[in-house]
Design a protein around this ligand. Structure first.
Ligand code: F6P
Length: 390
């Protein structure tokens, strides 16, 4: 395999590695930690160190040795035994605040390098999404041997067709949507369900199709509130008399902007989306005579045990990360493409998001069974006769 970046040392001399989990947590993090650590310990007799709370641990020199026991029995456990952090970017680290509250940022990359050298880490396995890979990029540029592993429920990391955590989030959202179905049916209501995903609609699209939701609103297809109202009216009057609408938190109406829940000025990625579900519910309420209720799944999607598919994916990613490191790779992100595990340049993936293509096969299939994307395409074919309920 030809790596664009090579280790600056012989793979045989890699004896101590660090593992770090960065960004928002997700199901499967512990499964990856286990796979990385066990492969490193059992196959290569390495010493493995856990870096606590993502890059915060590198800045504050919080690094602890991991024993085989520490990483046993954690395959199914939610969260991360190492802790995580989605507010800390060493290149833009909030070191203080002015009297008026304005944050003061500094580049503390040198402190991270000092921690890595202090613990004599020959390589660092960085588990995270696009923000975490951005944070790892300066370490790669400074000559640290870094291997990235793609994590996020949002499934939006550039360079891989799937990130671990996504399938569990989809399963959780699907179960919630199934439950909303029965109560929507009983009360002849419209149930709007907002799901996470940042600027990408992968969770909404996939869970929406899996649950047979009637309408799926994703950031990649800006919606038309009047078209939504007309579709819902058709379904209520001529169809089954209830509707399920799944809304990605990053969705927006055509010509409008995303709804921001809060801004954290001290965070490297300060925008937190949220609130579009209620906006959509209000838009439906003012255009129809239907009772509408809103559910926001939020962090429920990030919690709990990984499903079997994520445990398998996490184990493959973890094993693959150590394998390519020991083949001489550095500065690479392990990925899956066309169902095959490989790796890409971490610097190319860092900070880049993979959105849903508007011609994605799942969108085509959903439209074919009458699912609306809040535009006029499905309306033209009529919503009343076609129930997309599975
Ligand atoms: O990236 C994962 C994610 O859960 C997004 O879907 C969501 O927008 C964001 O993190 C929420 O972040 P926080 O945990 O800071 O509220």
């Amino acid at each position: 395999m030809g790596y664009s970046s090579r280790l600056l040392m012989s793979p045989d001399t890699i004896k101590r590695i660090g593992i770090l989990t960065g960004g928002g947590d997700c199901p499967g993090l512990n499964a990856v930690i286990r796979a990385v650590a066990k492969t490193a310990m059992l196959q290569f007799r390495m010493e493995v160190f856990g870096i606590e709370d993502g890059f915060q641990g590198l800045i504050e020199n919080r690094v602890r040795p991991l024993s085989f026991r520490d990483v046993s029995g954690i395959l199914t456990r939610g969260g991360t035994i190492l802790g995580s952090n989605n507010r800390c970017n060493p290149q833009r680290y909030c070191t203080s605040q002015l009297a008026d509250g304005t944050p003061v940022f500094s580049d503390v990359t040198a402190t991270c390098l000092q921690t890595i050298r202090g613990h004599k880490l020959d390589a660092v396995i960085v588990i995270g999404g696009d923000g975490t890979m951005c944070c790892a990029a300066p370490l790669v540029e400074a000559g640290v041997n870094v291997i990235g592993i793609p994590k996020t429920i949002d499934n939006d990391l550039f360079g891989t067709e799937i990130t671990f955590g996504f399938l569990t989030a989809v399963a959780t959202a699907t179960e919630a949507l199934d439950r909303l179905h029965s109560t929507a049916d009983s009360h002849h209501r419209v149930m709007v369900c907002e799901v996470m995903g940042r600027n990408a609609g992968w969770i909404a699209l996939t869970a929406g199709v899996a649950s047979g939701s009637d309408m799926i609103l994703i950031p990649e297809i800006p919606f038309d509130e009047d078209a939504i109202g007309e579709y819902i009216t058709q379904r209520m009057e001529g169809g089954p008399g209830f509707a399920i609408v799944v809304v990605a938190e990053g969705a927006r109406r055509a010509g409008g902007s995303q709804v921001i829940a809060r801004i954290d000025p001290t965070s490297a990625d300060p925008v937190r989306l949220g609130g579009i579900g209620q906006r959509v519910a209000d838009a439906i309420g003012t255009r129809t005579n239907v009772e509408v209720r809103t559910t926001v799944l939020g962090h429920v999607l990030r919690g709990g045990m990984p499903i079997a598919a994520d445990r398998i994916l996490a184990t493959n990613f973890g094993y693959h990360a150590i394998s390519i490191l020991m083949e001489g790779a550095s500065g690479r992100l392990v990925v899956r493409e066309n169902n095959v595990f490989s790796d890409v340049d971490l610097l190319v993936s860092a900070g880049r998001q993979r959105l849903v293509p508007t011609n994605h096969a799942l969108i085509t299939a959903a439209r074919a069974v009458g699912t609306s994307f809040g535009d006029r395409a499905t309306l033209a074919r009529g919503a009343s006769g076609t129930s997309s309920v599975v």
